[in-house]
Design a protein around this ligand. Structure first.
Ligand code: ADP
Ligand code: MG
Ligand code: MG
Length: 321
C-alpha cells in the first residue's frame, strides 16, 4: 500500500481481485478511508475468489453435484443478480461458463488452445438453470464439474460497495479504478466534472477520447485486456457461451456508463459477446445504461446518452464517430 498526501488528496495503489486498484480520495479523513476501502475489497475477494479455497464461490464449486452450500447473504444476492442478467442478455453473460474459462487456462494462467472434444465436454457443464438458488442463502450446482466464476461482475459489484461506503461517509470527491472498472464519486474537488480516457484497444498507451462525468460507473471489457497468442492467433478471456470459444463479435471493446456498477460490469462483458447489432438492440430495450462500442473496423459508436458526455477532444486517430 502506497500512500501520499497532497493537501487533502489521498492516493493508494494496491493489488486485489486479480487486478491493480487505484483509489483517490479528496477528504481530510482520506488516510482512514483508504484503509476502509482496501479492507472492504479484500473482504469481497474473500467471498468471491475462484482461486482461494475458502471463498464462498470455491465452496459452492467444490460441492457441485454433491451437496448444497450455505453462502453469505451478499454472495447469494450477487448470484441471483447474475442469473437475472444472464436471462436478460439471452445467455451472453453466464457465470457457469467457468469450466470453459478454466479449460482455456485463464483461471490459472496456464493458457492453451483446447481440442473441440475438450470444449464440448466443458460446454456440457455450462448451464445457469442448473445453478439452483434455495432457501436460507443456500445454493447448489447440480452436476459435478460445474462451477461458477464471478470474474465478469465481481469488480463492478465491489465498485458499487466501495462507492456506497464513501458516499455514506460523506465523501464528495473520489475515484476508484479496479482494473478497467472506474467508479466516479461526486465531482472533482473544484466542482468540475471528472475526465476519464477511453483506451485505444489497439494501443493501451493511447486513448480515443474523453468522458466528462460525475457520479457514475464507467466499465470497459475488451479482448485486448487479457489474452494469449498461439500460432499467430490471439485468444482472449471473454468466452461466447454459445460456442465455448473467445467471442469473435467484431468488437474490440465495450464501455458501459451506468449508475449501477454491478450491472455495468456484467453488461460490458455481455454486450462484447453480443456484437454491435445485438448490443444496440439490447440498449434500445433498456433504460439504465449507455455504451460506447469500438469495432474491429475502426468505428467508435456511442449511444445517445454516452455521446452527450464523450468527445474526441481533438484526438487524431483511426477511429470515426
Ligand atoms: P475483466 O475481468 O478484464 O474486467 P470482464 O468483466 O469482461 O473482464 O470479465 C471477464 C471474465 O469473466 C473472464 O476472465 C472470465 O472469468 C469470465 N467470463 C468470460 N466470459 C464470460 C461470459 N460470457 N459470461 C460471464 N463471465 C464470463
Ligand atoms: Mg464485465
Ligand atoms: Mg470486468
Amino acid at each position: 500500500l502506497q500512500q501520499q498526501k497532497e493537501e487533502d488528496r489521498y492516493d493508494s495503489m494496491t493489488l486485489a481481485m486479480d487486478t491493480v486498484i487505484n483509489t483517490t480520495i479528496y477528504d481530510e479523513r482520506g488516510e482512514e478511508l483508504l484503509l476502509e476501502v482496501e479492507q472492504e475489497i479484500q473482504r469481497l475477494e474473500g467471498l468471491f475468489s475462484v482461486t482461494k479455497a475458502d471463498s464462498d464461490i470455491s465452496k459452492l464449486n467444490a460441492n457441485a453435484g454433491k451437496e448444497e452450500t450455505a453462502l453469505s447473504e451478499e454472495t447469494y444476492a450477487l448470484l441471483k443478480t447474475s442469473k437475472e442478467i444472464s436471462t436478460e442478455t439471452g445467455g451472453s453473460f453466464d457465470i457457469t461458463i467457468s469450466p470453459v474459462v478454466k479449460l482455456w487456462g485463464f483461471t490459472e494462467e496456464e493458457h492453451h488452445v483446447p481440442s473441440q472434444t475438450e470444449i464440448d465436454q466443458a460446454m456440457a457443464l455450462v448451464d445457469e438453470d442448473q445453478l439452483l438458488m434455495e432457501e436460507n442463502n443456500t445454493a447448489y450446482l447440480e452436476e459435478e464439474g460445474m462451477a461458477v466464476d464471478l470474474g465478469a461482475i465481481a469488480k463492478g459489484y465491489a465498485s458499487d460497495v466501495v462507492a456506497d461506503l464513501l458516499r455514506q461517509e460523506g465523501v464528495e470527491s473520489a475515484l476508484i479504478s479496479l482494473g478497467g472498472n472506474l467508479a466516479c464519486i461526486g465531482t472533482k474537488p473544484d466542482g468540475s466534472l471528472w475526465e476519464a480516457a477511453l483506451a485505444n484497444p489497439l494501443d493501451e498507451t493511447d486513448y480515443v477520447g474523453l468522458f466528462q462525468v460525475s457520479d457514475c460507473f464507467l466499465i470497459t471489457s475488451g479482448g485486448y485486456q487479457r489474452y494469449f497468442e498461439q500460432d499467430g492467433k490471439r485468444y482472449h478471456h471473454i468466452i461466447d457461451p454459445d460456442t465455448g470459444y473467445p467471442a469473435e463479435s467484431g468488437l474490440l471493446s465495450v464501455t458501459i456508463l451506468s449508475e449501477d456498477g454491478t450491472k455495468a460490469d456484467a453488461l460490458s462483458t455481455a454486450l462484447f459477446v453480443m456484437g454491435l447489432d445485438r448490443a444496440l438492440d439490447f440498449w434500445r430495450n433498456s433504460d439504465d445504461f449507455e455504451a460506447v462500442l469500438i469495432t474491429e473496423d475502426g468505428r467508435v459508436i456511442a449511444t445517445e446518452g454516452a455521446a452527450a458526455v464523450f468527445s474526441f477532444e481533438g484526438r487524431d486517430n483511426d477511429f470515426t464517430y
